[in-house]
Design a protein around this ligand. Sequence first.
Ligand code: COA
Length: 187
Amino acid sequence: MIAKERTRTLMHFRQATTGDLDMILAIENQSFKNGIKESPQVFLERIEVFPEGFLLLETDESADPIGYICSELWSSKKDLSAENLSLGHSIKKVHSHQGQELYVSSMGVLPEYRGRGYGGRMLRHLITKASKDFPQVNSVLLIVSEKWPAARKTYLKLGFEQVDLIPAFFQPVGLKSEPGIVMKKML
Ligand SMILES: CC(C)(COP(=O)(O)OP(=O)(O)OC[C@H]1O[C@@H](n2cnc3c(N)ncnc32)[C@H](O)[C@@H]1OP(=O)(O)O)[C@@H](O)C(=O)NCCC(=O)NCCS
């Protein structure tokens, strides 16, 4: 059997700054349908409030970052079905540097670099870094659509399990709404 080719390029993760906004939006626009994309304001707020949890992936293949991942720290007792999970929610209302749960609010890899292991490594790197920087973190939470098979596979491979299903959570413009699958991994 021929092993699937994985990248052997150099990878580097760095914290995002507000100066990276255009590149983050470029990845976002190529990753999500209209109605699911986050606004520039939401990204700016995430970078300002929790830069340690907003990482960009750089490789020697491209001058610009090829992926981003962003997160928040929540108190583990947050109500999952409430507005906290909604797209566009304000990180200021939910984030606490003392939070025990790492909520991965979004991630994306540019289409031409997908399927080469970058997404999985990006998520693993964020979890490792957050657990080191914030030792109280004991779980990771995220929400995914059943229409995003690559993302679901990435999460399942990393040990995430479904803990909830929110009907009509994702509402792409002009398309049928999609349920949100809430997934969790205990550390
Ligand atoms: C989700 C995402 C970040 C993953 O990045 P990536 O670099 O492609 O991830 P990886 O290469 O580590 O893993 C993707 C896995 O999904 C698999 N996959 C890709 N397309 C698939 C499909 N249509 N059906 C099933 N599996 C699929 C790949 O084969 C790979 O599995 P493998 O490692 O067993 O070969 C990327 O696909 C993306 O940006 N998607 C659009 C935005 C998005 O869905 N973000 C997640 C929000 S919750």
